[in-house]
Design a protein around this ligand. Structure first.
Ligand SMILES: C[S@@+](CC[C@H](N)C(=O)[O-])C[C@H]1O[C@@H](n2cnc3c(N)ncnc32)[C@H](O)[C@@H]1O
Length: 279
C-alpha cells in the first residue's frame, strides 16, 4: 500500500461523522447514498494535505478554518446557468420590473439578492436584464447583491470568467447580450465586462444564519439550493428571507422547489414566485 494515499474505504462510523460535518458547516442534509460523490471530491484534497485517514481529515476540518472552508467548497454542488429557467426571466423582465418601476417611491433603488449565487451566472443575468430595462427607463436605478457559502465559487464569480458549456449556452440563448456584455478572452472563454461586474456586490453568507440586512431587498432569488436542506431547515432559511425582504417583497424559487408543504409566511403569487406577507 502507498503510505501517502488516502484510505479507500470509509467505515460507517466515519461516514456518519462526515455527513454530520457537512450538515454542521453547510446546513446540507446529505444522504449516505451520496458517499461516493463526497469521497471522490474529498480524496484529492486529502492527498494534497498528505492525509491518509478520513479521521485525520475530519479533525483538520474541525480545527483548521482553511481546511473547513475547503471542505465547504467540496461539499457544495455549484451547477448554474445564465438565464436559467426562461419563465423566471420572462416574469422578471415583463412583469416585475415594469410594476416595480411604476410603483416605486421617488428616487428609490431596486435591490435584488441572488442568495446562493454559485459562480455568478444568476447575478449577472439579473444585472444584464436590469441594464436593458434602464436603457428604456433611464431613471431606473438598481443594485445586485449576491452571496454564497463557498469561497471558491465567490472568487470565480468575482472574476466573471466563463467557458465551455455555460458560455456556449449563453451565446445561443442571448447572442446580442453576449456581444454587448462579454469580453472575448479566447475562442472558448469570455469575461463579463467591467461595467456589469461593477453592478454586482458579492459576499460570503450562510443562509442558515440571520439575514445580514433586514427589510432591505425588493426581490430575492433563492433558487436550486433549498433542495439540499431538510424541511425544518428550509423553514428556518425562509424565515431569514422573510426578515431580509421589504414589505411586499418577492421571493423566487427554483423549478423543483415549492413552499406548499412548509410553514412560512410567504404567499403563493404564481409559479416559482412568492410574496412576503405580514408575520
Ligand atoms: C446548485 S447552485 C444554485 C446556483 C443558482 N442559484 C442557480 O439557481 O443557478 C447551489 C449553491 O448554493 C450554495 N449553498 C449551499 N448551501 C448553502 C448555504 N448554507 N448558504 C449559502 N449558500 C449555500 C452552494 O455553494 C451552491 O453554489
Amino acid at each position: 500500500m502507498n503510505m501517502s494515499e488516502p484510505e479507500k474505504e470509509i467505515s460507517d462510523k466515519d461516514l456518519q461523522k462526515l455527513l454530520s460535518l457537512v450538515k454542521m458547516h453547510t446546513g446540507i442534509t446529505m444522504e449516505a447514498r451520496k458517499r461516493d460523490m463526497l469521497l471522490t471530491r474529498i480524496r484529492p484534497q486529502m492527498r494534497k494535505m498528505s492525509l491518509t485517514s478520513f479521521e485525520q481529515f475530519m479533525d483538520r476540518v474541525q480545527s483548521d478554518p482553511e481546511t473547513r472552508q475547503k471542505f465547504i467548497d467540496l461539499a457544495t454542488t455549484n451547477e448554474t446557468h445564465f438565464f436559467r429557467t426562461e419563465t423566471v426571466w420572462t416574469y422578471f423582465t415583463n412583469d416585475f420590473l415594469p410594476n416595480w418601476f411604476k410603483q416605486k417611491p421617488k428616487d428609490s433603488t431596486l435591490r435584488v439578492w441572488s442568495a446562493a449565487s454559485s459562480t455568478g451566472a444568476e447575478a449577472y443575468t439579473i444585472a444584464m436584464v436590469c441594464e436593458e430595462f434602464k436603457i428604456k427607463h433611464p431613471a431606473f436605478k438598481y443594485r445586485v447583491f449576491a452571496s454564497d457559502i463557498s469561497s471558491k465559487v465567490l472568487q470565480e464569480a468575482q472574476n466573471g470568467v466563463y467557458s465551455d458549456k455555460i458560455l456556449e449556452e449563453f451565446k445561443t440563448k442571448r447572442p446580442l447580450l453576449h456581444q454587448k456584455y462579454f469580453l472575448v478572452l479566447s475562442p472558448t472563454q469570455g469575461q463579463v465586462n467591467d461595467f456589469i461586474r461593477k453592478q454586482v456586490e458579492f459576499s460570503m453568507h450562510n443562509l442558515h444564519t440571520k439575514a445580514p440586512r433586514k427589510d432591505f431587498y425588493d426581490i430575492v432569488f433563492l433558487r436550486n439550493v433549498m433542495i439540499y436542506f431538510s424541511e425544518p431547515d428550509q423553514e428556518l432559511v425562509l424565515k431569514n428571507m422573510q426578515d431580509s425582504l421589504k414589505k411586499d417583497g418577492l421571493l423566487i424559487v427554483g423549478e423543483s422547489e415549492s413552499l406548499s408543504r412548509l410553514k412560512t409566511n410567504f404567499q403563493y403569487a404564481q409559479p416559482l414566485v412568492y410574496k412576503k406577507s405580514a408575520a
